[in-house]
Design a binder for this molecule. Sequence first.
Ligand SMILES: [Zn+2]
Ligand SMILES: [Zn+2]
Length: 360
Amino acid sequence: MSSVNVVVLGDNITNNAILQKLKLGESIKQSVYSWAANELAEQMRSDLPAFNGNRSNLEKHILKSLAEEEDFERFKTYIFNPRDHFEVFITDVVKNYMKKDNPRALAVIKKIIAHKKQCVISAAETASKMVTKKKGDANMWLEKFSTSLKDELECNTDHLSGNNCEDITDFQLLTEVVKKEIDLVLDLPNNDSKIVSAFKMEHFRKRPDEILIEHFCQCCWVQCPFCKAICTNTLEGHPGDHSIPFHRSIGINGWFYRRTENLSTDFCTTCVASDRSFYPYSDSEQSVPWKEYRTAGPKYANWSITPDFSELPYWKWFVCRFQKDLEKHYHKKYQGSGEIPDEWRKYTKKDAIKSLYKYI
Ligand SMILES: [Zn+2]
Ligand SMILES: [Zn+2]
C-alpha cells in the first residue's frame, strides 16, 4: 500500500467507517461529560462553603447573599417559591465556578480527558494486536475495539455488522485515526487557560448544577403557615411534624391585625406562648387561641412550633430594610399595633448576616 493510499483510506475511515458507524465520537463525548459532571459536582461540594453541608447550611448562604444583594424581588421568590430560588442560586454558583478558568475545575476536566483518551487508545492498540495475530479483518477489529470500550463508553455494538470495511488491512492506521479523532471529537482547545470555558454546559446530559439540585432539593419544602419558614427535615413526605429552629416575623407573610390595616411584627414562636387568638380564615369570624394553633385546620395541625423568644435579628433587619416594599406588596402598614419597635432599627445588615452564623 502506497503512502498516498494510506492517507486517502485514513480519511475514508475517519469520516465513514468507524466514527459514524460506531457513533464513537458521541460516545466519547458523552462519557467524558457525564463523568465530569459528577466529579465537578463532588469537587464543588468540597470547595464551596455553600455546598459543603446540608440544606440548612445552603439556606444560610442563600440568606447571606440575599442580604448582600438587597433585592426585594429576589427575596419574594425566596419567601413564596423557595424551591425556585434554591435552584437558581445553585445554578448561579455552579456557573460562577465553571466560568473563570478555575484551576480546580480544569484539573478535574484534564484528568478525565486524559483517562478517556488512554482507554480509547489502548482499546485500539489491543484490537490491532489481536486482529494482526488472528489475521482478521476490519470488522473483527471494530468488534474487538468496541467490546473493550463497552463499559467505558456505553457503546452499542449491535450496529457493527455489515460495515463493508473488509478491505482495510492496516490496523496501525486505524489506531492512529482513533488517536487523532479523540481530540477532534472533544473539540477542546490545546490551551489550558481556555479549556474550562470551552467545556459546554449544553453538552452535559445531566449538568453539575442539576446533580447538586437533586442532592439538596429532595427534602421537605412545607412552609410554616404563619411565617413561611421552610421545614428543615431532609426527607420529602417525612413522618411526624414539620419544624424549623427559627421562625420569622409573620407580617412578612402578610398577617395583620383583624379589622385594621396594620401588619403584624410578631414572630410565631412568641405568639404561640401568648394568650391571644388569631383568625385562620379571612372569610370567617372564627378565632383560634394561639396556644391551640394546631386545631385551626390541616395546614396547622402538622407543625411543631415551640414557644420561645428566639427572634432572629436577620428578619428584624429585613422588615426595617424592606418596610416600604412589604407595605406596598400587602397594601397595609407597619403602624399602630404593628409599629416596628425602635430596637429593631438598630440592626445593621452586618448584624443581620452575623445573626445567621451565630444561631443557624
Ligand atoms: Zn413560623
Ligand atoms: Zn417537613
